[in-house]
Design a protein around this ligand. Structure first.
Ligand SMILES: Cc1cc2nc3c(=O)[nH]c(=O)nc-3n(C[C@H](O)[C@H](O)[C@H](O)COP(=O)(O)O)c2cc1C
Length: 316
């Protein structure tokens, strides 16, 4: 696989140029990223990291989180339900143990995903992260409960998304990407609020609510009952929301939700995405990333189009 990739990178320099894209303040060598929580350094054993335009880390919270009790993963007929519960080592351990490894091993920009339970906690976390070297940007996970607002997820309230984004952009000049939840009535209003607050890009979609029950016993397949649904079954929803958001904002979109191959990726670019992420696909096919980038590179080369030429040009 490495050899084939080298061939693409080595011989088809035009393809490489056609693959470049911009995500807010970041110039990316390819439009392919990995979705938070679905990929870590060990996945690079399988392929050349040069296929990725940037690397997004698993969401961190201020305090360590043990995550939810098992069973917390269930594969459905069309995708995956997960209830990991943001298991992570916490901000301190991330900065002192994980970040130095990322600095050492990653050849592409690192985007750190983080989440808080109040606006001031988000801000304090960002201030701490800003004091650390090796971070190119941030993905703000707003799908978590806001303890100051009856535990309702931050990302469901446009006023709160606006205020949170406004406060965060005062702290950093780096890429500030707000990751939107699909579990809302009108995602375009939330997207516009993030843009008005000063976000430089948007990521979507996070997981949809999902549940699975054993029809024989009546028992939930997931210990907590409801989990997050991702993978191929969510693709039409993610595509529709990408299109909707692209109509509502001018900042770039990092799209994800059921992308398994280069054809899926292309659909999201037509819908308005500047970059795309592989999530659940990483669990199914460890070579999904190099296969996607090779397919997309070959397509762009054969049509002599760049990502920018195709972005948002869906014919309705
Ligand atoms: C096992 C698993 C863990 C995830 N953890 C996170 C996370 O920590 N933070 C986050 O913002 N999204 C998380 N997600 C959501 C993904 O980043 C992505 O938004 C979602 O899976 C949709 O893309 P996909 O259909 O390609 O998987 C997780 C998804 C899965 C399947």
């Amino acid at each position: 696989m490495g050899a084939i990739l080298n061939d693409i990178w080595g011989n088809s320099i035009n393809a490489v140029k056609l693959l470049t894209t911009r995500l807010g303040k970041l110039e990316l060598s390819t439009p392919l990223l990995v979705a938070s929580g679905t990929f870590d350094l060990e996945n690079f054993e399988f392929f050349d990291p040069a296929c990725l335009g940037a690397f997004v880390s698993k969401t961190i919270t201020r305090e360590p989180k043990k995550g939810n009790p098992p069973p917390r993963l269930y594969e459905t007929e069309a995708g995956l339900i997960n209830s990991i519960g943001l298991q992570n080592p916490g901000l301190d351990k991330f900065i002192h143990e994980k970040l130095p490894v990322y600095r050492d091993k990653l050849s592409m920009p690192l985007i750190v995903s983080f989440s808080g339970s109040t606006i001031s906690e988000f801000c304090q976390m960002l201030e701490t992260l800003e004091a650390s070297a090796g971070i190119a940007g941030y993905e703000v996970n707003v799908s978590c409960p806001n303890v100051e607002n009856e535990g309702i997820a931050f990302g469901t309230d446009p006023d709160i998304v606006f205020e949170l984004t406004r406060r965060l952009q005062e702290i950093t000049d780096k890429e500030l990407c707000i990751k939107l939840s699909p579990n809302v009535t009108d995602i375009a209003t939330i997207a516009a609020a993030a843009e008005a607050g000063g976000a430089s890009s948007l990521a979507l979609i996070n997981s949809l609510w999902g549940m699975a029950i054993d029809y024989r016993t009546g028992k939930s397949k997931i210990k907590k009952g409801i989990g997050g649904y991702t993978g191929c079954g969510v693709k039409p929803v993610a595509l529709a929301l990408t299109y909707k958001v692209a109509q509502a904002v001018r900042i770039p979109i990092l799209a994800m939700g059921g992308i398994y191959n280069w054809q899926d990726a292309l659909e999201f670019i037509w819908a308005g995405a500047s970059a795309i992420s592989l999530g659940t696909a990483n669990f199914i096919n460890p070579l999904a990333a190099p296969e996607l980038i090779m397919g997309l590179g070959e397509y762009l080369l054969s049509t002599k189009k760049s990502i920018n030429d195709l972005k948002g040009k869906v014919e309705i």
